[in-house]
Write a protein that binds this ligand. Structure first.
Ligand SMILES: [Zn+2]
Length: 90
């Protein structure tokens, strides 16, 4: 069963919808459960952090936040290790 993740462009809420088939998804008009908006952006699961090894020191705070939100322990650990080593380097 295909699952589609969305982010609402109006309120920023994220939610997932399940459809029996791709055709059902194509025929449906997904709405934000929070604000009933149809102005949604598809979120492709797992694409936010494709590589385990990234240079987190060059990341923006927004990108770092997305790592934290993703909750991948290894990536969060790597990020803090890199950020801490940067602080030690002066
Ligand atoms: Zn919304």
């Amino acid at each position: 069963m295909p699952q589609y993740d969305f982010r609402c462009k109006i309120c920023g809420g994220r939610f997932s919808l399940h459809f029996k088939s791709v055709a059902n998804y194509a025929a449906a008009t997904p709405r934000c459960p929070a604000c009933d908006s149809v102005d949604l952006a598809r979120v492709i699961s797992g694409v936010a952090i494709p590589q385990a090894q990234r240079d987190y020191r060059k990341m923006s705070s927004g990108e770092m936040l997305s790592v934290l939100e993703a909750g991948e322990k290894k990536q969060v650990d790597d990020m803090f290790r890199q950020v801490n080593s940067t602080a030690n380097d002066g």
